[in-house]
Design a protein around this ligand. Structure first.
Ligand code: GLY
Ligand code: MN
Ligand code: MN
Length: 435
């Protein structure tokens, strides 16, 4: 991405929403894995959202404007360092970063402790993401205390620390056209990975071999990492919701549940497909699969402006519960099963979450105690499922069936766009591609 004007625009919007004060937004720290090897680096989502800057050890400072002065956007980042760049590669340095990323000022990150107390002098409030990192919270308090130490010379210190995530979460919830374009690409790469998984899977292979096909496809198309640890769960493993061992042998007659999506330019995709290891659904598997698919379609139909966040979930539940009753998995009326929550033996999670830079993305689900309205630009997953563990009162042919179908959906003016539509989910399509 070479055009950073979207990031500058977001900074301006954020600065306009601040009520005075100074925002201090750091990127994520590098984390040691062991000895001197690091985990793969991933920037902080808030920081990246406002800068587009991917290097570690960087901090964005925004001084809110007044009636007479515009807001000031300042980047602290690593200095140029010929020696380190030989070992670790290119770094922008403050001067180039300021030009390329369109900041007003930039400084070496080593200047932070010296300059921040000056920037905080005579300011009323500090905006930062409170409570995410204790060490960071302490640094903020340390800078404020440095300003307080000068009070006798007439300097005023900030008296409030405000959570910047409230403003930023609300901005991040509504995706712009440029964000939707990236999310479309991310989802498309992930659908290719799911297709390849279906084409490759055979009895006798191991779950990790299929995971390798997914990672191969992500990397091959320029997505540097999965957005979360891939779930590749054969047979009974599919009934473990967060199964990530991915080391079991795949058996004919079992289903394979794959929940995997890549991250591209900082945006997640999150897709689940479930298909038979040997390419043919059994009758019992078909019964449950068609039920989950019908629930998903009912939920997607409700994902549109005018409905609330909870409507897709309720629609999925209605279909699933009716199906559980028809299949004799639950007894009584739909209302009674919804009331007793007996369905939770087979469906124990909700039907989706916001999707964006984080797989479980920023944004409130309720406002003033009410489920919030769906509006154009919101992106979410729709992912009903059914997980049947072996138990006495369930027919044996349903045991160890675990099915989830998950798509990425963007709310549009008139309804929705399914970003992950290219991953097959009709039984005939799946059996066809697996031939
Ligand atoms: N893959 C995480 C989720 O579906 O929420
Ligand atoms: Mn999900
Ligand atoms: Mn998922």
């Amino acid at each position: 991405m070479k055009d950073f004007k979207h990031f500058a625009k977001r900074r301006e919007i954020f600065a306009a929403k601040m009520q005075g004060g100074v925002a201090i937004i750091p990127t994520a720290p590098e984390r040691l894995r062991n000895r001197d090897a690091h985990y793969p680096y991933r920037f902080d989502s808030y920081f990246y959202y406002l800068t587009g800057f991917k290097e570690p050890e960087a901090i964005l400072v925004i001084v809110a404007g007044t009636q007479d002065t515009p807001a000031k956007h300042i980047l602290f980042c690593r200095d140029k360092d010929v020696e380190r760049e030989i070992w670790d590669g290119f770094r922008y340095g403050p001067d180039a970063a300021k030009e390329v990323f369109g900041l007003d000022e930039s400084y070496a990150v080593s200047e932070l402790d010296k300059l921040l107390p000056k920037l905080l002098a005579d300011q009323t409030a500090v905006y930062t993401a409170i409570g995410q990192d204790t060490a960071w919270d302490q640094r903020i308090v340390g800078w404020i205390n440095k300003v307080r130490a000068q009070i006798r010379s007439g300097v005023q210190a900030p008296t409030e620390i405000r959570d910047c995530s409230l403003l930023l979460d609300e901005m991040r919830l509504f995706k712009g056209a440029e964000e939707l374009q990236i999310m479309r690409q991310a989802a498309t790469i992930s659908t290719q990975a799911h297709r390849l998984a279906m084409q490759t899977t055979r009895p006798g292979m191991f779950e990790y071999e299929i995971e390798a096909e997914l990672l191969y496809t992500f990397h091959k198309h320029g997505a540097p990492a999965p957005a979360y640890t891939s779930i590749v769960a054969g047979g009974a493993n599919a009934c473990v919701l967060h199964y990530i061992e991915n080391n079991a042998e795949l058996k004919a007659g079992d289903l394979l549940l794959i929940d995997a999506g890549c991250e591209l330019h900082g945006y997640a995709s999150d897709i689940t497909r479930t298909f038979p290891v040997n390419g043919k659904f059994t009758a019992a598997q078909k019964d449950i699969y068609q039920l989950v698919l019908a629930a998903q379609q009912a939920a997607i139909a409700k994902a549109k402006p005018g409905n609330t966040w909870n409507d897709p979930h309720q629609a999925a539940l209605q279909v699933l519960v009716q199906g559980f009753i028809d299949l004799n998995l639950c007894q009584g009326s739909v209302e009674a099963v919804l009331e007793s929550k007996d369905y939770k033996r087979f469906y124990m999670h909700r039907t989706g979450h916001w999707l964006g830079m984080d797989v479980h993305d920023a944004g409130e689900y309720k406002q003033n105690g009410e489920w919030r309205q769906l509006q154009p630009g919101m992106t979410l997953t729709v992912e009903p499922g059914c997980y049947i563990r072996p138990t006495d009162n369930v027919p044996e042919h349903f045991w160890n069936i675990g099915i989830r179908i998950e798509d990425d959906v963007a709310i549009t003016q008139t309804g929705n766009e399914i970003l992950s539509a290219a991953a097959p989910k009709e039984i005939t399509e799946i059996e066809g591609i697996m031939q």
